[in-house]
Design a protein around this ligand. Structure first.
Ligand code: GRF
Length: 207
């Protein structure tokens, strides 16, 4: 059985593409069943359509408030029987409505080694701080900003010659690797949350 994944994306959707490719090529036991964007012109929607996957735009401005907007997103995700929600460049803080509907079933990718450099422009923050290494993090989503339990991380070096763009590119390559990998672990039922820690069980169920 393939895990039914719903992806929320606001922009170009390269992580969405990596996830769709991994599913299509059978590298992970999952299928993207719907892609939803809060942005009309998100390239992510086009990528979904090109792959023959339902692509919905749900405009936050059309709703009275965040709760009503999230309720609409939740209804759409439920309609497609989504089991795991993946945020991929989704530029909004997820609220209680969505988290209550998908408890421990919303994950995100962030372009820094959390808890360092949460929020916007993780790559720029890392460069400006002067760290020698940065990377990316896949984590469960809670109500904070990039604060949920960490599933996987990948590390990349930061070079003296780096610009925000070159660092972002190096990190992105790792994002495209670890996001599908995290979905695979989830799909195989191998992630166990214990407090702040996410334990990865082996295939027989032993941590
Ligand atoms: C990625 O860097 C991701 O880590 C961050 O937003 C960016 C989205 O890129 N959350 P893309 O839309 O997946 O290409």
């Amino acid at each position: 059985m393939l895990l039914r994944v719903g992806v929320l994306a606001s922009g170009r959707g390269s992580n969405l593409q990596a996830i769709m490719d991994a599913c299509r090529e059978g590298r992970i036991p999952a299928q993207v069943v719907v892609v939803i964007s809060d942005q009309e012109n998100a390239f992510a929607l086009q990528r979904a359509r090109d792959a023959g996957i339902p692509a919905l735009q749900i405009k936050p401005e059309s709703f009275a408030g965040k709760q009503e907007y999230e309720q609409a997103v939740v209804s759409a995700l439920k309609k497609y029987q989504v089991e795991l929600v993946c945020l991929a460049g989704y530029m909004r803080l997820v609220g209680k409505t969505m988290l209550d509907a998908f408890p421990n079933r919303v994950i995100n990718i962030h372009p820094a080694l959390l808890p360092a450099f949460p929020g916007l422009h993780g790559q720029r923050q890392a460069l400006e701080y002067g760290v020698r290494f940065s990377g990316c993090t896949v984590h469960f989503v809670d109500e904070g900003c990039d604060t949920g339990p960490i599933i996987l991380q990948a590390v990349v070096p930061v070079f003296d010659t780096d610009t925000e763009e070159t660092l972002a590119e190096r990190i992105l390559e790792q994002e495209h690797r670890i996001y599908p990998e995290a979905i695979r672990l989830f799909a195989e039922g191998r992630l166990r949350i214990e407090g702040r820690r996410v334990l990865i069980e082996d295939c027989q169920g032993e941590a």
